[in-house]
Design a protein around this ligand. Structure first.
Ligand code: DQA
Length: 143
């Protein structure tokens, strides 16, 4: 069975508590459960990883080489600041879908630029949890 790694960046562990008007009331465990179901429905085995630390996210992406067939990543705030994360994704060459719960294009100006988008096979934003289902379907269609 093909394997997909779902990576969540900083503060996504605080889903439910964090700015619920933007990110909703459901917590990180609910996101994991929702996304696991979506990936299972698409025929994938799923693994989840969340960290608040950029280097740990880079380590996890490097360790994915040869193990995972696809990645779904919400780099959270590192979307807008990190060069190391897209560099790692490019290095391992694993098809990656970028997801954001909120619509980063209709918020503050600094959220409009993503360093990850150029290396992602698709970017899905503004659809809440459903964006993870869309990401699973994108990966189902290409891997
Ligand atoms: C986010 C959007 C980012 O701008 C923000 O820093 C996050 C979450 C989202 O899922 O909408 O932490 O990636």
């Amino acid at each position: 069975m093909k394997k997909v790694l779902v990576i969540s960046g900083p503060n996504l562990n605080l889903l439910g508590l964090r700015e619920p008007d933007i990110y909703g009331n459901r917590n990180y465990d609910a996101l994991v459960e929702f996304t696991r179901t979506a990936l299972t429905d698409c025929g994938f085995e799923a693994e989840f990883y969340q960290s608040n630390h950029e280097g740990d996210l880079v380590d996890k992406i490097q360790e994915a080489y040869g193990v995972f067939d696809g990645i779904i990543i919400n780099p959270a705030a590192y979307t807008h600041t990190s060069v190391a994360i897209p560099d790692a994704l490019k290095a391992v060459g694993i098809p990656t879908v970028e997801v954001h719960l909120s619509d980063i294009n209709s918020r503050e100006e600094f959220r409009r630029h993503s360093f990850v988008s150029p290396i992602a096979v698709a970017t899905i934003c503004g659809k809440g949890f459903d964006g993870y289902k869309d990401a699973a379907e994108v990966l189902r269609d290409i891997i």
